[in-house]
Design a protein around this ligand. Structure first.
Ligand code: F0G
Length: 482
């Protein structure tokens, strides 16, 4: 999005791309949507995409690719070992991050598996700004524990803090003092902190963390899956970096880190993952896990076509006019929802628009999953699929009691360059209607509850007939509209 001012004064994110391939969508009538969500056990992960109008479940693996990415895919080099495609990817990552050793993996959580198995001894702690679901599971499965050291503003739903993803440095120093650096496996920082609303960290904060890690001889690992949004926020909101290029900021971030891993389903708008490592010793420890779990060292479970797309996508990430589309569309959506009094996480972050279910449906207790209930209700009234990011996304405590999430969010992801402005307006309109009718939304309860990552395939039912009543109200207000 270039610096284009509208004469009207309206703040409109103007796309600096045109659409050349389209996919037809269908919007089912609400009665069919009721059937679909019941069949999916009120879990939006279990909806069939054919029953979804706007898929705002995630930005993972569903960003629009550029013509250059598509073209590169045609020229990929298929071979089990020594593929030219891998060397192109390796060169790009070395060039961007300045690290000597690169390992491919099929996606972000595969990197987390390899990192956790290599670097965590049972009983060790992993301090981080905030956890991500798959990250925490891998750390815990390997005997580690997660300590979240996010600054207080990070957990405030509405705030003017530009860097809610920052870590509290005092807390980090105290934790190390109390436990001893030998009991810290590594420090993990997550760019564009996913579970608290895609909130970025400041480069100044990362530098302070690095200093603490250096003094205590602890590794600093960056989860760069959402780096592109974080780069945008550093460039636009951190005074010191206003004049620096995205490439320079990227390198300065990387310079603070010992290891960078990422899901290329987000970063680079392709599908895959990778680990960039500074130390040869650590690289040697990790690479056998790549051949064990992923594939040979020159593809790591990825198709060569995806690797080519990733290489081009990583380079395109250095272009401000490419990476600003996501955050600016999200900001537009957040602003529109605020105008209609819908409670959303502020400031607008990356990844998507995050609706505060704790306020939206404040009559639903946390053990009836307010964010899950809102996700189900929203699909019902709009055909838009969002994702629960609250208590359902947590794992129960070892004694079987619920671990209530700090935040109950309905995440409406904004896959990059996928939706048009009128579609975003539709999503806002239906959510505003639902907000006006929020008292009608009821809770959910599990009928099938997996032990690990239950939100992926758990099944739930409504606690009453609130969904049927919502359908009746929709018909009353919208007539025969889809
Ligand atoms: N780290 C972060 C910060 C993520 O957001 C994700 C995935 C992963 C790691 C795992 O990567 O999916 O490639 O294995 N987030 C997706 C999401 C699933 O929808 O937010 P993966």
């Amino acid at each position: 999005m270039a610096n284009v001012k509208f004469h009207s004064g309206e703040k409109v994110p103007l796309e600096m791309h045109k659409v050349r391939i389209v996919q037809k969508l269908e919007l089912l009538p609400i009665e069919k949507r009721l059937e679909a969500i019941a069949e999916a056990g009120n879990n939006t992960f279990l909806l069939k995409n054919r029953d979804v109008f706007m898929d705002m479940l995630t930005d993972s693996g569903v960003n629009a690719m550029s013509d250059k990415q598509q073209a590169a895919m045609m020229a990929s080099d298929d071979s089990y070992a020594g593929s030219e495609t891998f060397y192109r990817l390796e060169d790009k990552l070395k060039n961007l991050f300045g690290m000597d050793y690169i390992l491919p993996a099929h996606q972000g959580r595969a990197c987390e598996n390899i990192i956790s198995q290599t670097l965590i001894n049972p009983g060790q702690i992993v301090p981080m700004n905030y956890h991500f679901t798959t990250t925490k599971s891998h750390i815990v499965i390997n005997g580690g524990t997660v300590e979240e050291l996010i600054i207080d503003e990070g957990l405030e739903t509405t705030s003017t803090c530009s860097f809610k993803g920052n870590m509290n440095i005092d807390k980090l120093e105290n934790l190390i003092r109390l436990n001893g650096s030998e009991n810290i496996a590594f420090v993990r920082m997550e760019a564009g902190t996913n579970l608290i609303g895609g909130q970025p960290f400041a480069l100044a904060n990362l530098k302070e963390i690095k200093e603490v890690c250096r003094k205590n001889n602890i590794l600093l690992i960056l989860d760069a899956s959402l780096l592109q949004d974080n780069l945008y926020f550093i460039k636009t909101k951190e005074e010191e970096y206003k004049e620096k290029s995205i490439r320079e900021i990227t390198r300065e971030i990387a310079d603070q880190c010992d290891i960078i891993y990422f899901s290329a389903r987000k970063l680079g708008s392709a599908r895959g993952g990778g680990i960039c490592i500074r130390s040869e010793h650590i690289f040697n420890g990790m690479r056998e896990f790549v051949t064990l779990y992923e594939g040979f060292l020159t593809y790591g479970g990825m198709s060569v076509r995806e690797m080519e797309a990733m290489t081009v996508g990583l380079e395109e990430t250095m272009d401000m006019e490419v990476i600003n589309q996501g955050p600016q569309f999200i900001e537009f959506m957040v602003d529109e929802l605020i105008k209609k009094n819908v409670p959303v996480i502020t400031p607008a972050g990356g990844l998507g628009c995050h609706v505060n279910a704790m306020d939206f449906v404040d009559h639903i207790p946390q053990n009836e999953y307010p964010a899950g209930a809102l996700a189900s209700a929203y699909y019902l009234v709009s055909g838009v699929r969002g994702m629960e990011r609250g208590t359902m996304s947590e794992q129960r405590n070892p004694d079987g009691s619920e671990l209530f999430a700090n935040m109950e969010l309905l995440r409406l992801a904004m896959p990059r360059r996928v939706f048009t402005m009128s579609q975003v307006k539709y999503a806002v309109d239906r959510l505003a209607w639902l907000y006006e009718n929020r008292e009608m939304i009821g809770g959910l309860r599990f009928t099938e509850e997996p032990k690990i990552l239950r939100f992926f395939f758990g099944r739930l039912v409504p606690v009453s007939d609130w969904q049927q009543k919502l359908v009746e109200k929709f018909r009353k207000d919208f007539g025969d509209s889809l």
